[in-house]
Write a protein that binds this ligand. Structure first.
Ligand code: MN
Length: 570
């Protein structure tokens, strides 16, 4: 643990001093504390900061990484901390602490897709600044590496949270390498048997494939030399256990059908060279139809760019090649962190070169994806300049006592929250406890608030609620209740629950939810449970008449692999 490892050559003297100060401070504050593994606690802070330094973050972020557990784990008041390290670092550390309070819980062993999505959004909303996410991801990575020291139940919860929440966030930020690493670290804790089967069956295959790849590499090098192409490097990439398992699951556990167990990766200098290399490979060996993928012309939604092809290679064995430039490679590994590094490494040697790449990427696919995901239309240039996540500023994410996340428009009150959960909860609401404290019903909710609605049977809503209720759903129901209409007439709609039994496959939930959204029906809750080779999906939604529900069944039947559909009034 040497502070020098955290200092990049592009930092000025002030920045270097800051990191040294944060290092000494964190070390002193955590003095005597031990991790469950028995290591000094400070090891964790150092490893988190080291990862951030590897991602070429700025000095502020690296310092905040060192200090990220100081407020939570020592008795230092936030005010004193601010005085010591300034508003910016205090803001980052506070952000990381807040995210840490969001806990992912599985309900009755069922994973709710919408809940996961809301938690991901909430984490982004709480972060406000992407640097908070980077610190949290670095923190989680080290925690996953040392997960073995924790009790089994905690292991499982943290592994699940990592696979369901943090790995997808990393993936959506284009940090594919990190996303895969997190998923792989979680895998043995979530699928013990499968992990054992895989590690027993794959080891020999891996070694065999490595040796084979060595042979192929020599032939490729020779051919490239003949065409006067000098690659930056050629290496092998072994497929990750977690993604291998997902793939095996889709191909009935047949290892022989996995062609990219070990893929050869060729890194060259220019885009032209990428295509030239693809041509050379295809001259050497015939390509397998349907396996040529041009992610340079058509990048993946998260911004991934590369050429992929599978050819009948040496000994007629199907072999995958990935061809890309060094820039594409760095982006594929580190995604948004790479761009962030470009934008801030102003004094770095490569700055001018990186700036040029950065400018070229203004219309990055992943930014569009991220915006689409959040339903936001602001200019990507604006977004890139700040790299702040304030496009979520219009939404509030509050938590129920059960840990469910409720997504509301900004300015919403406990009354809106109550009606969002259930009409009766809204009507019978008499008070609210926010983060354990009684608050007025017109209180404006903040992201991360824990909201506990106090109810009293046979209570009626008050006329005054209409003055501060924000959502139309709350207003509509307050008015209906005040008019004394029976519940079935209020808003003329009812809750229906659909049960869909289908063949278990990737993308099923997405297909189901898109049928609902295309029909302009909001799903309130979506559950899936896996049973012997099939999935049972339950979706609750509000529908005005039974005819609509029947129509929906017809549409749902068209989804691939659907076996049975039923619905009932909930
Ligand atoms: Mn930590």
């Amino acid at each position: 643990m040497d502070v020098k490892d955290l200092i990049r050559d592009y930092f000025n003297d002030d920045e270097k001093r800051l990191i040294r100060r944060a290092f000494d401070f964190a070390k002193k504050q955590h003095q005597g504390q031990k991790r469950k593994s028995g290591e000094p606690y400070f090891t964790h802070c150092f490893q988190t900061a080291l990862k951030l330094a590897e991602w070429q973050m700025d000095a502020t972020t690296i310092s905040a990484g060192l200090l990220h557990d100081v407020i939570e784990d020592t008795k230092i008041p936030l005010e004193n901390f601010k005085k010591e390290f300034g508003e910016e670092i205090a803001f980052l550390v506070d952000g990381v602490t807040k995210i840490g309070r969001v806990k992912y819980r599985q309900q009755n062993g069922e994973v709710t897709a919408i809940q996961s999505e809301n938690i991901r959004k909430m984490i982004l909303a709480l972060s406000q600044d992407l640097r908070v996410i980077f610190i949290k991801l670095a923190d989680r990575l080290h925690n996953m590496k040392t997960l073995g020291a924790l009790p089994p139940q905690k292991q499982k919860r943290i592994a699940l949270e990592t696979a369901e929440i943090y790995s997808p966030i990393a993936y959506r930020l284009g940090m594919a390498n990190l996303a895969g690493e997190l998923e792989d670290l979680a895998f043995p804790f979530l699928h013990q048997k499968e992990y054992k089967w895989l590690s027993e069956n794959i080891k020999e295959k891996f070694e065999e494939r490595q040796k084979y790849s060595e042979k192929v590499k020599i032939e490729v090098e020779k051919a490239l030399k003949e065409h006067k192409i000098e690659p930056i490097k050629i290496d092998f990439r072994a497929k990750r256990y977690s993604s291998l398992y997902k793939k095996l699951f889709r191909t009935s556990m047949n290892l022989e059908q996995i062609y990219d167990l070990v893929a050869l990766r060729i890194i060259v200098k220019t885009v032209e060279e990428c295509y030239a290399v693809l041509g050379i490979i295809h001259q050497l060996w015939p390509p397998m139809p349907g396996r040529i993928k041009d992610y340079i012309a058509m990048p993946k939604p998260n911004g991934y760019r590369s050429l992929h092809t599978t050819v009948f290679c040496v000994d007629n064995k199907p072999t995958e090649f990935q061809i890309r430039t060094a820039e594409m490679h760095e982006e594929a590994e580190n995604g948004i962190a790479a761009y962030w590094a470009y934008s801030q490494a102003k004094s770095g040697k490569d700055y001018q070169k990186k700036k040029a790449i950065f400018a070229e990427k203004k219309e990055l696919a992943w930014i569009n994806q991220l915006k689409e995901w959040q339903g936001e239309t602001a200019g990507s240039e604006e977004f890139l300049q700040s790299l702040k996540i304030d496009f979520l500023k219009d939404r509030i994410f509050a938590i129920t006592p059960k840990g469910e996340v409720v997504d509301l428009p900004a300015g919403s009150t406990p009354v809106d929250f109550a009606y969002m959960i259930h009409t009766d909860i809204g009507n019978q609401c008499v008070g609210v406890r926010i983060n354990g404290k009684i608050m007025p019903l017109d209180y404006q909710l903040q992201s991360g608030d824990l909201v506990e609605i106090l109810v009293q049977k046979s209570k009626k809503p008050s006329q005054s609620w209409l003055e501060f209720a924000k959502t139309s759903i709350a207003k509509k129901r307050i008015k209906a209740a005040l008019r004394g209409l029976p519940s079935i007439m209020r808003g003329k709609s009812d809750i229906f629950e659909f049960k869909i039994i289908a063949e278990d496959r990737v993308g099923l939930i997405k297909d189901v939810s898109s049928v609902f959204s295309r029909s302009h029906i909001n799903i309130q809750n979506l559950n899936t449970a896996d049973m012997a080779e099939q999935s049972v999906v339950r979706a609750r939604c509000e529908i005005n008449e039974e005819k609509t529900a029947k129509l929906l069944v017809l549409k749902l039947k068209k989804i691939k692999g659907v076996r049975e559909i039923s619905f009932r009034r909930a």
